[in-house]
Design a protein around this ligand. Structure first.
Ligand SMILES: Nc1nc2c(ncn2[C@@H]2O[C@H](COP(=O)(O)OP(=O)(O)OP(=O)(O)O)[C@@H](O)[C@H]2O)c(=O)[nH]1
Ligand SMILES: [Mg+2]
Length: 377
């Protein structure tokens, strides 16, 4: 089974590419409207993401039927909510993963792939993800031993990128009024809010307001107020969920409000209940879960599992500069449906934040071309 993802203007543009790459028996697993890459949302055109597969070993009867060119335009799904899109994304991910997992596993790692498996293990990539990648690379070639090492490297890179791409934010047609950052203690929520606010203000893009519910530490309010003063934007402080409506009213001249929250140990159920009270505001709201790359994968997993009842829309991963181990990013995107929107790469406000890109993360994980230019926000 070979699976490839294409981003095209129209479904008809995908057919010749699929035919050329995957042969005439290829099937289309999924189509989805996306925006073209690039941070400036207003410059992006609508695109269509097409996931296609060819399965030379399966019998014809087991193959799902390919959609016909006359099938309804995928534009129709445009109005579904973020949570519905995440559910759908999760199902497609599960489908693709199970197809590849279903392929026979080689008992030993083929010698030409060993170097990359060692690298992935060193990066603490989950063993299931490693096996998934090994199968995908193995299935691509009949005689791995004759494939030049640069081609193997390129194939690993492409496959890691494709896997990441499935989980990177495809900017949905949402324009949230209230963006809330939640997450464990000290991961960089307040600093990230300052970065996101500063970028918007400095680009003259949006009138921004800041709001904090973090009255747990006195210094936390002062921290956000300091950023608000520097950026010359209004700030409101609320001490309980009932205060949000009035605070938001006080910021109604703003186009977007960035809401900070106190860091909590989300392994404790009481804090999950507490944060949930702040996340059901009656306005377009997007909730970002902020996690640090310096946290071990098993602990990240525990927090995400614990937060399943929380309406998380997107992820931000911070502190990329404080680690040399990046596998957790791939593990999260493989196992969970939440799209990754930004990554934070240092303490400096606002420059140390960037949109997450599969290219950047894959190169970090595989340790290739690590000095490649980083995408700017
Ligand atoms: N190296 C590095 N430090 C960061 C990054 N993001 C934030 N920090 C630092 O991490 C520390 C904590 O940042 P905060 O923004 O206060 O974290 P927080 O999640 O708001 O913390 P609490 O509100 O106490 O839960 C500060 O020293 C930040 O400068 C990052 O990407 N890299
Ligand atoms: Mg904070």
């Amino acid at each position: 089974m070979i699976i490839k993802t294409y981003v095209v203007d129209h479904i008809s543009d995908a057919y010749p590419l699929i035919f050329q790459d995957l042969g005439k028996d290829a099937i289309i697993l999924k189509t989805k409207p996306v925006k073209a890459a690039g941070f400036f949302w207003f410059l992006r055109r609508k695109k269509l993401e097409v996931v296609a597969a060819s399965d030379l070993s399966a019998g014809e009867s087991q193959k799902p039927a390919a959609p016909k060119p006359s099938d309804p335009e995928p534009e129709q799904v445009k109005m579904v909510s973020n949570q519905e899109v995440l559910k759908e994304l999760s199902e497609v991910k599960g489908l693709i993963h199970s197809i590849v997992k279903g392929a026979p596993a080689s008992k030993t790692i083929p010698q030409p792939l060993e170097k990359w498996v060692v690298r992935l293990r060193d990066q603490e990539v989950d063993e299931e993800v490693i096996q998934f990648l090994v199968k995908r690379v193995t299935m691509k070639y009949d005689h791995l031993e004759h494939v030049p090492s640069e081609v193997i490297e390129e194939t690993f890179l492409t496959n890691v990128e494709e896997l990441l791409e499935e989980g990177i934010t495809k900017e949905m047609d949402s324009s949230p009024f209230l963006i809330t950052l939640i997450g464990p203690t000290g991961v960089g929520k307040t600093t990230t809010i300052a970065k996101l606010a500063a970028v918007r203000v400095l680009q003259g893009r949006q009138r921004v307001g800041l709001l904090t519910t973090d009255t747990y530490r006195i210094a936390a309010v002062e921290q956000l107020k300091t950023y608000a003063n520097i950026l010359n934007v209004p700030v409101e402080v609320v001490t309980n969920p009932d205060g949000i409506t009035d605070a938001v009213d006080g910021l109604k001249s703003c186009q977007v409000i960035l809401m900070d929250s106190s860091g909590r140990n989300y392994l404790e159920d009481e804090y999950i209940e507490e944060i949930n009270q702040y996340l059901h505001f009656d306005a377009p709201q997007e909730n970002y879960l902020v996690l640090s790359m310096t946290t071990r994968w098993r602990d990240l997993k525990m927090v995400i599992e614990k937060m399943k009842s929380v309406p998380i829309d997107k992820l931000i991963l911070t502190k990329w500069d404080e680690t040399t181990c990046f596998g957790a990013a791939l593990n999260i995107l493989y196992h969970y449906p939440y799209p990754l929107s930004y990554i934070s790469i240092g303490q400096a406000v606002p420059q140390d934040i960037m949109p997450a890109t599969a290219d950047y993360i894959a190169k970090k994980i595989l340790g290739v071309d690590e000095n490649a230019a980083r995408p700017s926000i």
